[in-house]
Design a protein around this ligand. Sequence first.
Ligand SMILES: [Fe+2]
Ligand SMILES: [Fe+2]
Length: 282
Amino acid sequence: MLPRKIDQILSRVDRLWPMPTSVNRTLRAMEDPMITAGYVAELIALDQALAASVLQMANSAAMGFTVNCTSINEAVMRLGFKRLKNLIMSIVAEGPLSRNLSGYRIGAGDLWNHAISTAVTAQWLAQAVGYGDPDEAYLAGLLHDIGKLLLDQYIVLDYSKMIDLMQRYNLRLWQVEEQLLGIDHAAVGGLMAEKWNYPVVLIDAIRCHHAPSLARTRPELPAIVNVANALSAQVGVTNKELFVNEIHPESYNILRLSEDTLEQLRKRVGEYLSASRSQSRI
Ligand SMILES: [Fe+2]
Ligand SMILES: [Fe+2]
C-alpha cells in the first residue's frame, strides 16, 4: 500500500474513535506523577456519564468490593489510577469495538467480546508468568485488534478472495491482509496507537501481537497478547475463520510458558466465557 494511502486511512481515526475532551483531559492528567486523586475526581465529575461509570465500577462486586462508596473521590482512591485508566479506556473503546464490521463480516458486539476476553486472559496470564504490570496487559489485550476498525472498509470487496486465500494456502488473516492491502490490522493498530501517543510498549504489543519477536522493546507484552488472543479465539468467538487461534511458537520461549500453566489458563478462560454467555442470556 502506498504511504499516502496509509495516511488517508489514518486520517479517519478521529472520526472512527472520538475521544471526548473530558476523557482526554482525565487520561492526560493521570500521566502526571504529581497529580492528586482529588484533582482527577474533579475532572471525572465534570462528565456525568463518565462519573456514573466510575462509581458503578468502584461498587461492582466483580471487582471484589463489598462496601458501597458514594463519592467520585472515594471511587478514584479505591480503584487506583491504573485500574481507573483501564476503566476509562474500556468506556471509550466499547462504542467503536462493538460496531458491526461489514468488511470482515464480524457481527455487532463480536469484536468487543473478543477484546474483553483477550484483555481478561492477558491479565491472568501476566499474573501467571510474573509480568510486572498485569493492568498494562489488560489494556494491551483490550486494544490489540483496533486496526480492524480501520481496515474494515477496505476489506469489503476482497472478503471472499481473502477467505479463499486463507483456505487454499493455509494463511493467517494478517498474512492475507498484507498480501491484499499491503498492511495488516496489527500494523494499522500500531500506527493508530502511535498517533495517540501511547507508550512504546503498548504500541509494540498491538503492532506485534501476531509476531511477538519483532517487538522493538521487550517482547513479553506482545507475547502475552498473542497467547491471550489465541486462547480467547479458541474458545470464544463465533466467526472462527477470521480469528487467529494459534499461539506463535516464539511466545512459549519468550514467556517460558509451561503446558501446565497454559492448560490451567485455557480452563479458566473457558469457564469465564461460558459464564459470560449464560449471563448475557438472562
Ligand atoms: Fe489480531
Ligand atoms: Fe484478536
